[in-house]
Design a protein around this ligand. Structure first.
Ligand code: ATP
Ligand code: MG
Ligand code: MG
Ligand code: MG
Length: 573
């Protein structure tokens, strides 16, 4: 590629809504352009990176036995009604109508469609296992799209789905995908960690997230540097506080009563770090019922969680009739948010008793959890057994003993780039996707789902690899691996010849190289390629050529190395 024939759209200014480096740099480097919240175009430079991400994923998915398919972006509501997700998904699911007033969804993920395929295609145990994947546009109407393409509304996801005869087979498929993901992110040159995702309330289910380590990540990873133990602290925390006298259905107290606990105090009592994990607070009240005292639930929720969705979602484990106090109510009755946690639901003083930390509310996998919720779900119930390890992790601090007994814990932030999830037979049962097993009896397909945020990977790679001058692409993801800058291009035939020769040689070696033939000043060219983040720059000018020398500089190097022209090729490889 020659720069004169390519579109280079670098900009001086970062967008005003850009909070993190990757968003700023991707825009400034001319890789993405925004049209609406969470909706972007990829310019040629950006799309080259997306294609590299996809290529690595495709190769590893194929090597692991996956078969690529393409499922519709617009999917009929009927399939989503079969699994119940039409109702359960909440506002993140984009619903549309056609001209005949029929309902459709824009796929946020594709369990329904792939299960529909499987029930039509797979009839016998002899056809199993199978793994279908696609790399496709997804749409999630995120409440707060942000960080550029990292939390977009339209984005590209690789989603794979495995089908097996039995649980044992499904676990093998899961392990195969886990291993493939490890290879994928290793090849991409990313520092990542596979962590146990929260399955506390799902019980026995298997789920891991692949997290790219970065300070700007939205997740908190707890890990043990002395072993391979690692887990994600979930985004939200639910705490049951409780035992009240008086009915919660009575009006909420108007003003904080003297002696009422402040949110901060409760947090201290529960050892919850408000600054670390909690951005907002929701109260739920549940009236007295069948001899049970009224219940008041305090949910501490990290900022990116969707209050509306939680309200819309069905909540397991709570008696019917509960409702969430609205934010407005909380503000009205307790002054601020978070603010006073007063004697709720009664005029009489209320003893707030910390029952136990019971619950977990999680974001979900490219797919689902046990209850078929996707992101909107609240896995939550005080009927859970004793707090699980994961529940304990919510309040962990650096240096706490590791649950595996092998040392102490550390914490770091991460960006979820991939998620593997063992689904079991939930979808296949509700959609009647069965096969005939070895005894000739129909059995439900055992499933797993496996997502990678293709476009998010791009942002995560930049979060991990940049400096004051711009992006520093890992070579495997770079839009171009090498740039050749011809200094004095217009004036010097010597430069043009030497640069073109090296360019052709690199191309012949299969290197993704761009020849900067724009006749720009060196300072301008260098700044631009450093912003774009090309890993290797070769500079060819008259002055060096006089001595038979060419300059080669790695993007992380402090200065250029002058090498004999004949060695430049090897240096740039
Ligand atoms: P998050 O917790 O960040 O909301 P998720 O758990 O809802 O993500 P999954 O359903 O597990 O996402 O989807 C699989 C992958 O798709 C995620 O691991 C992530 O890399 C990517 N992804 C999810 N939501 C988005 C988004 N809004 N923009 C870009 N990538 C996304
Ligand atoms: Mg998640
Ligand atoms: Mg997930
Ligand atoms: Mg999500």
């Amino acid at each position: 590629m020659r720069a004169t024939q390519f579109h280079i759209g670098t900009q001086k200014e970062a967008p005003t809504d850009a909070e993190i480096a990757s968003h700023k740099l991707m825009t400034r480097a001319g890789m993405i352009r925004k049209h609406a919240g969470g909706i972007y175009s990829y310019l040629p430079l950006g799309l080259r990176v997306v294609r590299k991400v996809e290529k690595i994923i495709r190769e590893e998915m194929d090597a692991a036995g996956g078969m690529e398919v393409s499922m519709p972006v617009i999917q009929p509501a009927e399939l989503w009604q079969e699994t119940g997700r039409w109702d359960k998904f909440g506002p993140e699911l984009m619903r549309i109508k056609d001209r005949h007033n029929r309902d459709f969804v824009v796929q946020p993920t594709s369990e329904e469609v792939v299960t529909d395929i499987a029930r039509n295609e797979i009839h016998s145990w002899r056809q199993l296992p199978k793994n279908f994947y696609q790399i496709q546009t997804k749409f999630r109407d995120e409440r707060r799209p942000r960080f550029g393409i990292m939390r977009g509304r339209e984005f590209t996801m690789k989603d794979a789905y495995s089908f097996d005869r039995d649980e044992e087979g499904a676990k093998k498929s899961y392990e195969g995908m886990y291993a493939a993901y490890t290879r994928i992110f290793t090849r991409m040159g990313l520092a990542f960690r596979a962590v146990k995702a929260d399955t506390g309330a799902i019980g026995g289910s298997l789920s891991h997230e692949f997290q790219v380590i970065a300070d700007t990540g939205e997740d908190l990873l707890v890990y043990n540097p002395q072993s391979d133990y690692a887990a994600n602290i979930e985004l939200a925390e639910a705490v049951s506080l409780i035992e009240t006298r008086g009915a919660a259905s009575e009006p909420l107290a108007k003003t904080p009563t003297p002696g009422a606990a402040r949110c901060e105090d409760v947090a201290a009592l529960l050892k919850i770090d408000l600054t670390r994990t909690v951005k907002s607070l929701v109260l739920a009240t549940e009236p007295e019922k069948e001899g049970q005292p009224a219940q008041i639930w305090l949910l501490l929720i990290r900022g990116d969680h969707e209050l509306n969705e939680i309200k819309a979602g069905k909540v397991e484990g709570l008696n019917k009739g509960f409702r969430f106090a609205t934010e407005a109510e909380i503000v009205e009755h307790f002054g601020t948010l978070p603010g006073y946690l007063g004697p709720i639901g009664t005029a009489k003083p209320v003893k707030l008793v910390v029952d136990r930390t019971v619950a977990n509310m999680s974001d979900f996998v490219a797919g689902a959890n046990e209850a078929d919720f996707h992101h909107t779900g609240v896995n939550w119930g005080r009927d859970l057994p004793e707090p699980t390890v994961i529940a304990d992790l919510r309040n962990v601090v650096v240096g706490d003993p590791s649950p595996d007994g092998k040392g102490t814990l550390a914490i770091q932030r991460g960006i979820e780039v991939g998620h593997v999830f063992f689904l079991g037979a939930g979808y296949s049962t509700s959609m009647k996707a069965t096969f005939l097993d070895q005894t000739g009896k129909p059995a439900p397909l055992q499933m797993g789902c496996y997502g990678i945020g293709v476009t998010r990977v791009m942002g995560a790679a930049i979060e991990q690899n940049h400096d004051g001058r711009g992006i520093i692409w890992p070579r495997a993801l770079a839009p171009f691996e090498v740039v050749i800058c011809g200094v004095g291009w217009g004036k010097s035939e010597l430069v043009r010849d030497a640069a073109t020769k090296l360019y052709e040689e690199l191309k012949a070696k299969g290197v993704d190289v761009i020849l900067d033939d724009r006749d720009e000043r060196p300072g301008v060219m260098f700044a631009e390629w450093e912003l774009i983040g090309v890993p290797v720059r070769v500079t060819i000018g008259d002055r060096g050529l006089k001595d038979g020398l060419i300059e080669v500089q790695g993007r992380r190097d402090d200065g250029a190395e002058k090498v004999p022209a004949a060695e430049a090729l090897d240096k740039a490889l």
